[in-house]
Design a protein around this ligand. Structure first.
Ligand SMILES: C[S@@+](CC[C@H](N)C(=O)[O-])C[C@H]1O[C@@H](n2cnc3c(N)ncnc32)[C@H](O)[C@@H]1O
Length: 566
């Protein structure tokens, strides 16, 4: 069904959007001439380059640090690597010189978002160089590329051909027929242990760039621990969201637009990769998705192919795994879930080592309640709300968090407490509740708090209470003695704000366990907390460790533990 990729190397059409920050079309205006009223004179307005705002903890923000490091390592000045954006925008011959093919480029290192980084000759400056992003490039690869997009201090390219593979490259490991085109995975051609090494380096770099004070202080940071492997390296993702766009002006009849995930450039290095030549790839299966999620994808795809003409605009399809225990006594509750073309609910049955049998289905409605099991605890939540996406690693992560909450020098029977900021539907509050006198969870989503309360009840946890509110306002409501309280932080990608970190410092808990899906905002927050808040200097970073929630991708979850100095 998915069109096969063309092996021809197509020249990208020159487009205004191929220059960062420039989106306007050339503005050509006509003005009446005073002397000859009938003749029209054309005035060409030059297109201006305007840089986009970049979040400092996003991959583009981190790229600025990586570029600076390159300049130092290679003894280059900024003016040697800079690109003349007004000329690229306004002068087609210059543009053609920049957006060109370059052969036998050596990939030097990996960027924080898993792209290779290379240095190539500058197309205009005699002693100049360009810093180039090479998607799917690995350190040591020798590759042919096509530069297609310019930015003031770097360029972007498509990978055309791998001439000599890096020592880390083994393309026989690739399992996905879309790998090389899909923006989801970057590391399928890398041995799994090496992926874990790359992720450890990402964490080390994140602290180097984003925690400048701690990383320059003797004993400011402990060595980053080895990254914890995911028990499942494929077939682990319990949620996927394929999407599609529709044409702006719809003819009476048109073929189904592709349904899948975003494409990564227009590479030709894997001519066998499927998915078509679209910005959204046409995808029928995802190798990192669980078996039932892939069944759901097949079902929803065939439904989409029948019904796409009924949609008014593009949409995202939710695929969320729902797990229910099969018991002899009670029949499994029949919830609505993705059905095959014959109308039967698709299901997968799994038998665990302890003899428990689980029935998995795929839910597509964001409001439907789904269930997951972690370390013997049952969790329910709305399919559209946040829940971690890799169930296989959650027992390891929750055990690790729990083991790091111990208040030092505790005497037997002394009460201790747990505050779980950004608690969602109670994952850490509940899995860490045993051995703690009281747990208080705080969460901005009232829906998630409703489920946190339900999950505590269903798991017979009686020492947990949950508050709907912003973590930034939490400390007015917390009455537990700070020296007996550990705090878990698990904020969204953007991290914690200064208001929250100042209050946390004022509160002065005995321990802090900071879990993050964006190690760059974590590193920034840890540096700021210790060096810029009132009581921050009383803490030290006890440990930093990565957890591989997303094998085959560049993503890494990081847990930092902060403890009070003696
Ligand atoms: C990364 S999730 C972690 C959830 C939970 N710890 C888990 O593992 O399932 C972050 C959570 O923070 C919540 N959140 C976002 N901003 C918040 C804020 N300002 N105060 C409290 N919670 C917030 C989100 O709704 C989301 O549930």
């Amino acid at each position: 069904m998915a069109p096969t990729a063309s092996t021809e190397i197509k020249k990208r059409p020159i487009s205004p959007t191929d220059v960062e920050g420039e989106s306007k079309k050339p503005n050509i205006q006509s003005e009446p001439s005073k002397s000859q009223p009938k003749q029209r004179k054309t005035k060409v307005v030059r297109r201006k380059y305007k840089a986009k705002d970049v979040d400092a903890t996003s991959p583009l923000g981190i790229l600025q640090h990586e570029i600076k490091e390159f300049l130092v390592e290679y003894g280059l000045e900024e003016n040697q690597i800079s690109n003349d954006m007004p000329s690229i925008l306004n002068d087609p011959p210059t543009e053609a010189k920049f957006h060109r093919n370059v052969s036998d480029v050596e990939v030097i290192k990996l960027s924080s978002n898993g792209d290779g980084l290379a240095i190539i000759p500058h197309p205009i400056k005699e002693d100049g160089k360009q810093i180039c992003l090479v998607p799917f490039g690995l350190p040591g690869d020798k590759v042919d590329i096509r530069v297609f997009k310019s930015h003031p201090l770097y360029v972007e390219s498509d990978l055309l051909k791998v001439n000599k593979g890096s020592k880390h490259r083994d393309d026989s490991l690739i399992r996905c027929r879309y790998f090389g085109k899909c923006s989801g995975c970057q590391y399928q051609s890398v041995d799994y242990n090496q992926q874990l090494v790359f992720k450890k380096q990402t964490i080390e770099n994140a602290y180097k760039y984003m925690a400048p004070i701690l990383s320059k202080t003797d004993n400011g940071l402990p060595p980053v621990k080895d990254t914890e492997a995911s028990p499942l390296q494929y077939g682990y993702r319990t949620k996927l969201t394929p999407h599609f766009n529709l044409p702006y002006t719809k003819p009476k009849e048109y073929p189904p637009p592709s349904l899948g995930f975003g494409a990564k450039g227009r590479p030709t290095w894997r001519p066998e990769a499927e998915g078509g030549e679209f910005s959204i790839l046409d995808i029928e299966e995802c190798t990192i998705g669980t078996e039932i999620i892939n069944k759901g994808m097949t079902n929803e795809r065939s439904r989409y192919l029948q019904e796409y003409m009924k949609y008014k605009k593009g949409a995202t399809i939710l695929l969320r795994e729902d797990t229910n225990k099969i018991t002899e006594e009670e029949p499994t509750e029949q919830k609505s879930a993705s059905t095959d073309p014959e109308g039967s609910v698709s299901a997968v049955t799994v038998e665990l080592d302890n003899g428990d049998k689980l029935r998995k289905t795929c839910v597509t409605s964001s409001r439907q309640i789904v269930t997951e099991y972690v370390n013997g605890f049952q969790f329910q939540f709305s399919a559209g709300e946040f829940f971690q996406n890799n169930n296989s690693i959650l027992p390891i992560v929750t055990d690790y968090v729990k083991s790091n909450l111990q208040i030092p020098n505790s005497k037997a029977n002394e009460p201790n407490y747990l505050v779980d900021a950004y608690c969602g539907s109670g994952l850490f509050s509940i899995t860490c509740s045993q051995g703690v006198s009281r747990v208080i969870g705080v969460e901005v989503s009232a829906d998630s708090v409703k489920f946190a309360e339900l999950n505590a009840k269903n798991n017979h946890i009686e020492n947990a209470t949950f508050i709907v509110g912003k973590a930034e306002k939490i400390f007015g409501n917390i009455d537990t003695p700070a020296d007996r309280t550990a705090v878990i932080l698990d904020p969204p990608r953007k991290g914690c704000d200064d208001v929250f970190l100042n209050q946390l410092s004022e509160y002065h808990p005995a321990r802090i366990v900071y879990i993050s899906c964006n190690v760059h905002s974590q590193a920034r927050d840890v540096d700021w907390f210790i060096n810029k808040t009132k009581n921050g200097q009383n803490y030290f970073v006890e440990s930093i460790k990565g957890f591989d929630f997303f094998p085959q991708t560049h993503h890494v979850e990081s847990i930092a533990v902060l403890a009070l100095k003696n």
